[in-house]
Design a binder for this molecule. Structure first.
Ligand code: GLA
Length: 698
């Protein structure tokens, strides 16, 4: 288990950068950037919706794109009705003209298949393709993504427009990438209509190998007398007087993710066949779209791309950004990925749409780059004058080019172009992570189904809490699947992995057995993939490796605070733990488990497994993590507050990207040359307040 280790604390305002050493095996990986056709620089641009503007604006757009350093635009994402104004009649001349204009200007195209918005004529002709929600409402038009994913009429129409686009533009010289649909699952993750119900039954027959008895067992249908004697009796989890069978709900979520994936795969296969050599993506909303199991999706796309919008009101929103970027890189298997959308300033759909402060957009963009993005794109190029998103910021704001946003857009474009020209190797580097964190969509789904021991159990909250502390400790996180390869990490953190398959449990157990340090938080290892509790005491799947039994869950009252020794404040959750090999590290001082173990450590094989059975506040979690690091041979990097430093390495080069989110000028220790200024740094790298510094290390 070899790993580049952070150095011990240095001083409060500096950080000694250890020499770059890629994780085992990683140095040998030869990446080829993003693999877009034709475009080898850092991608820069945004969603381009010229159909909202008269043709004279198109000329200005292209000229401004050149000024801003734009080299890639996403085109046609919502243009179905403009390309096929009535069934089977196609009008491509406007798109021909724009594709040619862009090509002449040296701008590449990420061409959308417009299947997120079927035209109004489609629903008039095929009303049965409208989606139905859980309550039985048929959903209407005027929005996007209002279609039934299982509809054969939708599939036929989507196939037709995709084939037309692929035949017409498949070898257009501007085409760099196909952008299928838009954010599958964003507005509509599931449909409950009769066609979807039939598709659900087909999916279940495949999952349970046509064995109805196996389904009855997996769903525990003897409970409340739900046994099925015919596949036709099974329904989606529609509105009922109360809670629907949780196993049924879980399978329906799996089905719904798979059903949308089938829509993607159908379009992708057409594009691969008719437009060979052009990669295909669809934009994810990682960690913010609960409905899709992106572990399954990620292997189906040629390029992983993600959309990220700040939770703008949060003061530390850049930590959530970092988490999403790291998770996207995890989905990309560590390879470079594309930031398909973020915003130059405010969005329009949050309760209070906070504008980005000067330089914030730059910090956000380069934070994505630091964490593995090889492209920085926005929604959208030019702000819309009408429609639902007219208050959303853009690269060209309503105020045009005499604006701060435009100046920041052009500056960023120039810097990315300089980086691409001077440091092409950057595009073939990978992020050097310190530790791993387990993430799982299925477990997220299962944990938050109704009737859990407490409404305060929240998957994403636990992940973020741990991630936030790790971020403040300057440690870079790789997100991995529960069954992923953990061997190269000195520490693996597992926040609330309620659903833990036997395979995942075996993986985590053998990781510890072989010398790893595991940290598990409460309500993990409880159920199998059917949401059935493992036999015996909790946490069945992890009992052995953790060396303990949880005799009883002791959820706390709303607002109830408890104390863990020496003076850690905690809330939400406690447990009655009986150690069966684990040592007690910290005990509850009060509350329902007073005197009992709160934090434990189990030496198992050559490693150790830690367990945190409550929700400590951030200072408490901080102190617990420091103990765990000692076992893992790690130490926090004592960076100045609210400064992040990430490293991309590979093929003998190493880049350090340092971002100062604070309003204080700071200095970190580093040696190398700043490509953007040519300045050599012989030991200290100053980072003014709010700025970003990129260094090619020596
Ligand atoms: C999503 C969509 C875009 C746009 C933005 C606005 O990410 O993909 O079309 O609606 O949100 O923030």
């Amino acid at each position: 288990m070899s790993q580049a280790r952070p150095t011990s604390p240095d001083t409060s305002s500096t950080w000694e950068v250890p020499p770059g050493a890629p994780p085992e095996g990683q140095g040998a990986v030869v990446l080829t950037g993003l693999g877009l056709r034709g475009l080898t620089s850092i991608a820069y641009g945004g969603d381009y919706n010229p159909e909202q503007w008269p043709p004279q604006v198109w000329e200005e757009d292209v000229e401004l794109m050149r000024q801003a350093g734009v080299n890639l635009v996403s085109l046609g994402i919502f243009s179905w009705v403009l390309l096929e104004p009535s069934e089977g009649r196609f009008t491509f001349d406007w798109l021909d003209r724009i594709m040619d204009m862009l090509h002449k200007a040296g701008i590449f195209v990420d061409l959308g298949t417009p299947t997120a918005v079927p035209p109004a004529w489609f629903f008039r002709a095929y009303p049965q393709a409208r989606p139905v929600d859980r309550e039985g409402h048929v959903l209407g038009g005027g929005y996007r993504q209002t279609f039934c994913p299982s509809s054969p009429e939708y599939a036929a129409a989507a196939t037709r427009i995709t084939e037309q686009l692929a035949r017409r533009y498949g070898d257009h010289p501007a085409l760099a990438l196909w952008h299928v649909h838009n954010e599958y699952g964003q507005a509509l993750a599931s449909c409950y209509c009769p066609v979807s119900a039939a598709a659900f039954r087909r999916w279940l027959r495949a999952r349970y190998a046509d064995d109805l008895a196996a389904l009855n067992e997996a769903w525990g249908t003897t409970f409340w007398g739900q046994c099925y004697s015919d596949w036709e009796e099974i329904e989606p989890p529609r509105l009922t007087p109360h809670v629907v069978n949780p196993s049924q709900q879980l399978d329906f979520m799996r089905f719904s993710s798979d059903e949308l994936l089938k829509c993607f795969q159908a379009e992708r296969d057409i594009l691969h066949a008719l437009s060979p050599g052009v990669p295909v993506t669809t934009n994810f909303q990682i960690a913010n779209c609960k409905g899709l199991d992106y572990w399954r999706w990620a292997s189906e796309v040629d390029v992983v791309s993600n959309d990220h919008y700040l939770q703008a009101e949060r003061a530390d929103n850049y930590i959530e950004l970092a988490m999403c970027a790291d998770l996207t890189r995890g989905a990309a298997g560590g390879r470079p990925w594309l930031l398909m959308e973020h915003s130059t300033s405010a969005v329009n759909w949050q309760p209070r749409n906070i504008a980005k402060r000067p330089r914030e957009m730059r910090r956000n963009s380069l934070a994505h780059l630091a964490r593995g993005a090889n492209g920085v794109m926005f929604f959208q190029w030019r702000a819309s004058r009408f429609g639902a998103e007219k208050f959303h910021s853009a690269m060209v704001p309503h105020g045009g080019t005499e604006t701060r946003i435009w100046r920041e857009v052009t500056e960023l474009g120039a810097d990315l172009a300089t980086l691409s020209a001077k440091e092409p190797e950057l595009l073939n580097t990978q992020v050097l992570a310190d530790i791993a964190m387990v993430w799982d969509w299925e477990s997220w789904w299962a944990l938050e189904l109704p009737w859990r021991p407490s409404v305060d159990l929240n998957y994403r909250e636990r992940v973020e809490a741990y991630y936030t502390r790790l971020w403040h400790h300057g440690l870079t996180v790789d997100f991995v699947q529960p069954t992923g390869d953990l061997t190269r990490y000195p520490l693996v953190v597992v926040p609330s992995l309620y659903l833990t398959t036997q395979e995942a449990a075996a993986n985590l157990t053998s990781y510890v057995d072989n010398g790893g340090t595991l940290l598990v938080s409460y309500f993990s290892g409880i159920v199998d993939e059917h949401d059935t509790i493992y036999p015996g005491s909790h946490p069945g799947a992890l009992r052995e490796v953790l060396g303990l039994k949880v005799e009883e869950f002791l959820p706390l009252r709303a607002g109830e605070q408890i104390t863990v020794e020496p003076d850690i404040q905690a809330d939400v959750w406690a447990e009655h733990i009986v150690p069966t090999g684990a040592e007690v590290v910290l005990r509850y001082l009060d509350g329902p488990a007073a005197g009992g173990p709160a934090v434990t450590r189990h030496r198992f094989g050559r490693g150790q497994a830690w367990y945190v059975s409550t929700r400590p506040d951030s200072a408490g979690l901080d102190s617990i993590l420091r103990r765990v690091y000692a076992d893992a041979g790690l130490a926090p990097r004592e960076l100045p507050p609210n400064v992040e430093v990430v490293r991309r390495t590979g093929n003998g080069v190493s880049y350090l990207i340092a971002i100062n989110h604070s309003d204080q000028d700071v200095t970190v220790l580093a040696r190398g040359v700043e490509p953007l200024t040519g300045i050599r740094r012989d030991g200290t790298l100053p980072i003014p307040a709010g700025e970003v510094r990129i260094l090619r290390e020596e």
